[in-house]
Design a protein around this ligand. Structure first.
Ligand SMILES: Nc1nc2c(ncn2[C@@H]2O[C@H](COP(=O)(O)O[C@H]3[C@@H](O)[C@H](n4cnc5c(=O)[nH]c(N)nc54)O[C@@H]3COP(=O)(O)O)[C@@H](O)[C@H]2O)c(=O)[nH]1
Length: 883
C-alpha cells in the first residue's frame, strides 16, 4: 500500500477500523427507514439496478462506474470507490473508482488484499474516516481527494461482501439512515449480481473444462429423466451418438435408433433391467452416428431413485472405444502372432535384460522363458562370435535402428546352429531406447537342405560320384592348383563297352547295379586325391592330379582296364564281363580349360572304341580331325539318304547245303561315297546311330528291297526270302507295320518273300508297342529272324512269345567250331534248341568247308558266308540268280 507505515498491514488496518467504529459513524437507525418515501437516491439506484440485472461480466465494471457516478452526484460526493468481493472466492472481485479508469493505489491495495479488507470491515455497516485520523485514513482520503470518507459495507452471511467509499468534506454531507439503507441495499444487489456473474463465470469455465476434458478423453456424460423420458447429454456424448450441437434433449426411442440394429435389443434389455432392478449397467455396443459410420462405445450407467426406491433417472458416461478396441485387437493379434510365430522373438530392455520371449524362442534354443527373463542378454550369446562382434552389432542398431544378418548361436544343449537374426531398436516418445526386439529363425534345416541340394546338384544319384557339374568343379580346382604348382593333370574318360546290350538284355535295374559296381571298384582302387565322376550313361571320368609323366598315366590306364576286365556280379545269376574304352587328355599339353580337356578326352575315347574297344588312347590333334570328319560324314549320310543315288543294296545269298540252292539273301547296305569310294556299314552305321539316322536308313532299305522284290516277282524269279536288318530304334519307334503294309500294297509283293532280322536286344523289352508290332508283322505274313543269336540274353520263353521264325547263329560261334569246343557246344546247342522249338536255323559267316561240314553234321543246312558268296551288288547278284 502506498504511504503504508512501518507496522504490519494487519495491525494497521485493525487500528483504522477500530477507531472508525469508536467514532459513532452511524447516523440513525437503518431499520427504521419508512417504506413510503421515495427519495431521489432511490430513483438513481432503481435505474442502476435495472442496468445491473441485465449486465454481463464484460460490462459490469462500466455499469458500476456509471452507477457510482450518479450516486456520488446525487449525494454531493466529490469522489467514490466501490469494492465488491464475491463470497468464498479469491478471484472475481471488482473495484471501481469514479473518474479513474486507472486503478488508484487504494484500489490496487483493495484488489490485492481482498481477504484482509473483509476481515478489517469487522462487521461495521457504516463508518466515517477523517483525514487526520492517521496515516491510513489520510491515505484513503488522499486516494479519494477529500477530507472525509463515508464507508458503507454490506455483509452476506456475516461475511463482508461489498463496500462503498464516498469522499466528502467535513462540512457537507453525511448520509442519513434511509440513504444508508438504500445504499446498503444497492451494495447488496451489486454484490449479488457480481457474485452471480462470478458464479456464472466459474460454471462457464467448468463447463468448458468439462467439454474439453470429455473431448480429450472421448468420454461424454448424459442424464436420463425416466419420468419425462428425456435424455440430456454433453457435447461429447452428442458427438459420439451423432446428434447435432443444437439438440438439447432426446427420448429413449431416438437414442435406440442410433444403436446398431443387431445390438439394439440387448441395449434396450439392459436399460429395462436397470429400471427393474435399480442397478446400473456397463455395456459395449455399436452405434451408427452418421450414415456409413459405425463406432464402438462403452456405456456406463448408474440410477437415481425416489424416496420409494423407484428408479426415476439414470446418468452415466459414454465412451467411444472404437480406436482403443481396434488397438487392443491389434495388440491381441500381435500377441497371437508372437505366440504362434515360427520365428523366435526375444525382447530386451534398454539395460540389456531379457524382458520376454515367445514359445518359438524356447522351441529353437531350448531355453524356457522362466530361465531367461530378467537375465542379461549376454548370457545367451554363447555362439561363435566374440564381444567385439556384438558391440559392433549394437552400435549399428543404435545408429541405424536395426541390424540384420546370420550368426551362429548355441542351443541350451550346447549345439551350435545358424540363425538369421534381425534386431530392431524401439524408442519411446522422447527418442530414448526402450527395447531391442530380436527376431530370428533357425537356419539349420535350410542350410542342411542347401547342402543337400548342392550335393545333389554336384553328384550322381545312382553311384554317389560327382556328376558332370561336380566333375567340372573338381577339374577346375585341379587345373587351378596345377597352374600354381606347375604340375600336370590327367583326365581319363571311361566308356563301358557294349553297356547298352546289358541294359537291353538284362534290363535297366541290372544295368544300374553294374554301374554302381563299376563306381565302387573305381573309387576303391584309386587314391582319395583322384577324382572319380560319372558323366552320365555308361561314361566315367577320372581326374589324376600331380601327374609326373605320361608313363604314370599309362600305368593307371592299365590298372583301370584290369578293373573292368574282372567279372561283375550284379545279381543276374552269372558273372558279367564288360570291357572299357579309355580316352586320355593331359593338362596343360592338350588344353587349359575344363571343357576342352573333357571333350578331347571324349574324342580320344571314341578313337579307342574305334580301335576295337577295351583300349585306351591319348588325345592327339589328328583325333580332332577324325572327330570332325565323323561329323562331316554324318551330314553327308543325311544328304545321301535324301538323294537316292549314293546308297546301294548288296545281297548275300543264303544257301541250302542239301540242295545247293539259294533259298534266300540278306540285304546289306553300301555307300558309294563320291569322294571316298565304297564305304562299308561298319563305318557309317555308328555315324548313323550317333546322328539318329537309323530309322530313316532302315526305311530306305525296306523301300528299295520291296521295290526290287516286286521286280523279281514280276520277272518270275523262283521264290526266295530277302532278309532286311531292322535296328532296335526302328523297331520300337512305331509305324513299321503301317509302312510295310503300304509298301506291300504299293509294290504288290508276296509278303512271304520278306524277312526282318532283328537282334535279341530288340526283343527284350516286351512293351505293348513291341508286341503290337510283332502281331502286325505276323498278320502281314512277314517272317522274323533273330540276328546274331547267342550274343544276347534271350530266354526261350521270349522266343515263343515273340513268335520268331528263324535263328541266325552268330558268325563268332561259327568261326570257332573248328578250333574251340565251346564254339561247337554253343553252335550245336542253338541248332538243337531251334529244332526243339520248331524254328528254322541259319549259320552266318560260313567261310570254310570244315565249318560247313560241322554245321551239316549238326543238322544246320542253311548257311550264309563267304564260302558260298560274298555280298554282291545288285547286278552281280542278279547274275548269281540265273545260275
Ligand atoms: N540296319 C542295317 N544294318 C545293316 C545293313 N547292312 C549291313 N548292316 C549291318 O552292318 C554290319 C556290317 O555289315 P556288312 O559289312 O555288310 O557285313 C555283313 C557281311 O558282309 C558279313 N559277312 C557275311 N558272311 C561273312 C563271312 O563269311 N565272313 C565275314 N567275316 N563276314 C561275313 O556279315 C555282315 C552281316 O551280318 P549280319 O547282319 O549280322 O547278318 C552288320 O551288323 C550288318 O547287320 C542294313 O541295310 N541295315
Amino acid at each position: 500500500m502506498t504511504g503504508m507505515p512501518s507496522t504490519s498491514a494487519q495491525e494497521h488496518w485493525s487500528g483504522v477500523w477500530r477507531r472508525l467504529v469508536e467514532g459513532e459513524a452511524i447516523r440513525g437507525d437503518l431499520n427504521a427507514l419508512p417504506g413510503s418515501r421515495k427519495p431521489k437516491l432511490e430513483e438513481v439506484l432503481e435505474s442502476a439496478t435495472e442496468r445491473f440485472l441485465s449486465t454481463d461480466r464484460q460490462n459490469l465494471a462500466e455499469h458500476l462506474r456509471s452507477s457510482l457516478s450518479q450516486i456520488s452526484a446525487r449525494l454531493h460526493s466529490s469522489q467514490a470507490l466501490m469494492f465488491i468481493c464475491p463470497r468464498d472466492r479469491d478471484s472475481g472481485h471488482v473495484c471501481v473508482q469514479l473518474d479513474s479508469h486507472e486503478r488508484s493505489p487504494l484500489a490496487e491495495q483493495m484488489m490485492a488484499s481482498a481477504g484482509r479488507w473483509k476481515a478489517a470491515l469487522n462487521g461495521q455497516t457504516v463508518q466515517i474516516i477523517e483525514r487526520e485520523d492517521g496515516d491510513e485514513a489520510a491515505f484513503i482520503c488522499a486516494s479519494l481527494s477529500c477530507q472525509r470518507v463515508i464507508l458503507l459495507s454490506t455483509f452476506i452471511d456475516q461475511q463482508p461482501g461489498a463496500c462503498l467509499m464516498l469522499g466528502t468534506s467535513p462540512d457537507t454531507w453525511i448520509p442519513d439512515a434511509s440513504e444508508c439503507a438504500l445504499l446498503s441495499a444497492f451494495l447488496q444487489l451489486a454484490y449479488l449480481v457480481t457474485d452471480r456473474l462470478a458464479v456464472q463465470d466459474v460454471l462457464r469455465q467448468r463447463d468448458s473444462l468439462l467439454q474439453r476434458t470429455e473431448r480429450l478423453a472421448g468420454i461424454g456424460s448424459w442424464h436420463n429423466d425416466l419420468v419425462q423420458d428425456c435424455l440430456t447429454f454433453t457435447a461429447q456424448s452428442g458427438e459420439i451418438f451423432g446428434f447435432s450441437a443444437d439438440t438439447r434433449w432426446i427420448n429413449t426411442r431416438q437414442l435406440l435408433e442410433r444403436i446398431h440394429p443387431d445390438d439394439r435389443h440387448r441395449v434396450a434389455g439392459s436399460m429395462q433391467r436397470s429400471s427393474d432392478t435399480g442397478e446400473g449397467f456397463d455395456i459395449i455396443c455399436r452405434v451408427c452416428p452418421r450414415a456409413e459410420e459405425l463406432r464402438l462405445v462403452r456405456v456406463l450407467a448408474d440410477v437415481v431413485t425416489d424416496g420409494s426406491g423407484k428408479v426415476v433417472a439414470r446418468f452415466g458416461s459414454v465412451q467411444d472405444i472404437t480406436e482403443a478396441h481396434e488397438r487392443t485387437r491389434q495388440l491381441q493379434q500381435a500377441a497371437q502372432v508372437l505366440e504362434s510365430a515360427m520365428e523366435g522373438v526375444l525382447i530386451v530392455d534398454a539395460l540389456g535384460r531379457v524382458e520376454s520371449v515367445n514359445p518359438a524362442f524356447t522351441a529353437i534354443t531350448g531355453y524356457p522363458a522362466s530361465e531367461v527373463v530378467g537375465v542379461p542378454v549376454q548370457v545367451l550369446d554363447k555362439g561363435s562370435h566374440n564381444r567385439a562382434f556384438f558391440r559392433s552389432m549394437l552400435r549399428q542398431c543404435i545408429r541405424q535402428g536395426s541390424w540384420r544378418g546370420e550368426i551362429m548361436n548355441r542351443r541350451r544343449n550346447g549345439e551350435l546352429f545358424p540363425q538369421l537374426l534381425s534386431v530392431t531398436v524401439l524408442r519411446d516418445d522422447h527418442g530414448r531406447i526402450s527395447q531391442f526386439v530380436a527376431v530370428f529363425s533357425d537356419m539349420s534345416r535350410i542350410r542342411k537342405s542347401e547342402k543337400q541340394v548342392d550335393y545333389l546338384a554336384a553328384h550322381d544319384a545312382l553311384t554317389g560320384l560327382p556328376n558332370r557339374a561336380g566333375l567340372m568343379t573338381c577339374l577346375q580346382k585341379a587345373i587351378d592348383k596345377a597352374a600354381i604348382k606347375r604340375r600336370r593333370v590327367a583326365v581319363i574318360t571311361i566308356d563301358l563297352d557294349h553297356f547298352k546290350h546289358i541294359n537291353d538284355s538284362l534290363g535297366h535295374p541290372a544295368g544300374d547295379r553294374l554301374l554302381q559296381a563299376c563306381a565302387r571298384r573305381l573309387r576303391e582302387r584309386l587314391r582319395d586325391s583322384d577324382t572319380v565322376a560319372r558323366q552320365g550313361g555308361d561314361e566315367f571320368v577320372v581326374v589324376l592330379e600331380n601327374v609326373v609323366s605320361q608313363k604314370q598315366v599309362e600305368q593307371v590306364a592299365g590298372i583301370l582296364q584290369d578293373l573292368f576286365a574282372k567279372g561283375f556280379d550284379v545279381g543276374t545269376g552269372r558273372e558279367l564281363f564288360i570291357g572299357a574304352s579309355l580316352g586320355i587328355t593331359l593338362y596343360p599339353e592338350h588344353g587349359s580349360d575344363v571343357t576342352q580337356l573333357l571333350s578331347y578326352a571324349d574324342v580320344a575315347m571314341y578313337a579307342a572304341k574305334q580301335q576295337g574297344r577295351n583300349h585306351y588312347r591319348f588325345y592327339t590333334n589328328e583325333l580332332t580331325q577324325a572327330a570332325s570328319d565323323r561329323l562331316e560324314l554324318g551330314s553327308q549320310l543325311r544328304a545321301a539318304l535324301q538323294s537316292d543315288d549314293e546308297l546301294q543294296i548288296w545281297y548275300q545269298p543264303q544257301v541250302d547245303q542239301d540242295s545247293g540252292n539259294m533259298v534266300g539273301a540278306e540285304a546289306l547296305l553300301r555307300w558309294q561315297h563320291p569322294q571316298e569310294g565304297l564305304i562299308h556299314p561298319g563305318r557309317f552305321i555308328p555315324v548313323a546311330e550317333d546322328n539318329g539316322l537309323m530309322p530313316d536308313m532302315d526305311h530306305w532299305v525296306l523301300t528299295h528291297v520291296c521295290q526290287q522284290l516286286a521286280q523279281w516277282q514280276q520277272e518270275g524269279q523262283p521264290p526266295f526270302v530277302v532278309a532286311v536288318n531292322i535296328t532296335q530304334p526302328t523297331f520300337i519307334a512305331g509305324g513299321l507295320v503301317d509302312r510295310l503294309q503300304e509298301l506291300l500294297a504299293r509294290y504288290r509283293i508276296d509278303p512271304t518273300w520278306l524277312e526282318l532280322e532283328i537282334t535279341e536286344g530288340a526283343l527284350l523289352e516286351p512293351t505293348p508297342q513291341v508286341l503290337n508290332t510283332i502281331e502286325g508283322l505276323k498278320a502281314l505274313g512277314i517272317s522274323l529272324a533273330v540276328d546274331d543269336f547267342g550274343t544276347g540274353y534271350s530266354s526261350l520263353a521270349y522266343l515263343q512269345r515273340f513268335r520268331v521264325d528263324k535263328l541266325k547263329i552268330d558268325r563268332r560261334f561259327v568261326s570257332s567250331v573248328e578250333e574251340e569246343e565251346e564254339g561247337r557246344v554253343i553252335t550245336s546247342t542253338i541248332i538243337n534248341m531251334a529244332r526243339g522249338l520248331g524254328l528254322a536255323v541259319l549259320a552266318e559267316g560260313v567261310e570254310t568247308e570244315g565249318q560247313r561240314a560241322y554245321l551239316r553234321e549238326q543238322g544246320c543246312t542253311i548257311c550264309q558266308g563267304f564260302l558260298f558268296s560274298r555280298p554282291l551288288p545288285l547286278d552281280a547278284f542278279s547274275d548269281w540268280l540265273k545260275y
